[in-house]
Design a protein around this ligand. Structure first.
Ligand code: PMM
Length: 286
């Protein structure tokens, strides 16, 4: 472990680069399915400014079927160990404790758990023993049925309360608060209106004092927003301007970081917001 907490950068919010080593993720599935291709992309994400490269081996797209732990590990382990050997800071995107433990052994420094600890009772002990940061995402159930669980009376309050319950469980398991990051889990048991409501209410999560990660990059609610007149959603690869708009919004709201596919575009947006805010704070100097 090179770091036991995720640092807050002074110059901009953090940017986490997405590296899915899967044949079927909605955004980049199948693109990095050899170790060499995945490593090359991970290095490119780092060179573009990623503070963390998030390596995932199992697709969580709505309706996705689970794969075995062995298959998940076969996909991610060589990519993580090679990237770590190149000095890249890597998180492992998994909610299996056995995969997290092996990934930490291979050089990952953060566990990004889309189940917020609900997917595997053994995860808390793995994270506690490793002393690593743990990203707790809001989650209500596995991908096969998560859209059935997208019912809320007040999505902002319920996501906040359910996330805080996961934080309390982590603290009760002996994990330090300073290692925890929370994430509203856009698209996970949430429809487009839920995602927009959560994005419009980020202060509710930021106000907890915990670092907040937001992962909107290229997700289907953006495709639907930008649909053609015939209703066909904007293709995944053409949602970047919308993604950058969300990064800009997140930077203005003091989130800890964003998880994105096009790292450079979001780094640029994040730096721009910092420059504007700093000019506003110091007044005009012409
Ligand atoms: N979304 C995906 C995968 N991992 N991790 C966190 N913390 N938050 C997310 O919203 C999240 C995630 C699915 O999107 P992808 O196919 O672009 O990886």
């Amino acid at each position: 472990m090179t770091s036991t907490v995720l640092p807050r950068r002074a110059d901009r919010i953090s940017v986490v680069g997405v590296l899915n080593v899967t044949p079927d993720s909605f955004s980049d599935g199948g693109r990095h399915d050899s170790v060499d291709a995945a490593v090359e992309h991970g290095l490119a994400l780092r060179d573009a400014g990623a503070d963390l490269v998030d390596v995932g081996g199992e697709s969580t797209r709505p309706g996705a079927r689970r794969i075995s732990a062995d298959e998940e590990l076969r996909r991610v382990k060589p990519v993580i160990s090679t990237l770590a050997a190149h000095g890249v800071a890597v998180s492992v995107d998994t909610y299996r404790a056995s995969v997290a433990a092996a990934a930490l052994d291979a050089g990952a420094i953060v566990v990004n758990d889309v189940s917020g600890g609900l997917g595997d009772d053994a995860m808390a002990a793995v994270v506690r023993d490793a002393g690593c940061p743990w990203i707790l995402m809001h989650w209500r159930g596995h991908s096969e049925r998560m859209q059935e669980l997208a019912h809320y009376d007040d999505v902002v309050r319920e996501v906040h309360d359910e996330l805080m319950a996961r934080v309390d469980a982590a603290l009760a398991a002996g994990i330090d608060a300073e290692r925890l990051v929370i994430d509203p889990g856009l698209g996970f048991a949430k429809n487009a209106a839920h995602n927009w409501a959560l994005l419009a209410s980020l202060p509710t999560l930021v106000g907890t004092g915990l670092p907040v990660l937001v992962a909107a990059s290229r997700k289907s609610f953006l495709g639907r927003l930008l649909a053609a007149p015939d209703g066909i959603p904007r293709p995944v690869g053409e949602r970047e301007a919308a993604t950058v708009a969300i990064t800009t919004h997140c930077a203005q709201q003091d989130v800890w970081g964003v998880r994105v596919h096009d790292v450079q575009a979001s780094v640029d947006a994040a730096c721009t917001v910092t420059a504007l805010r700093s000019a506003a704070a110091h007044g005009a100097t012409t």
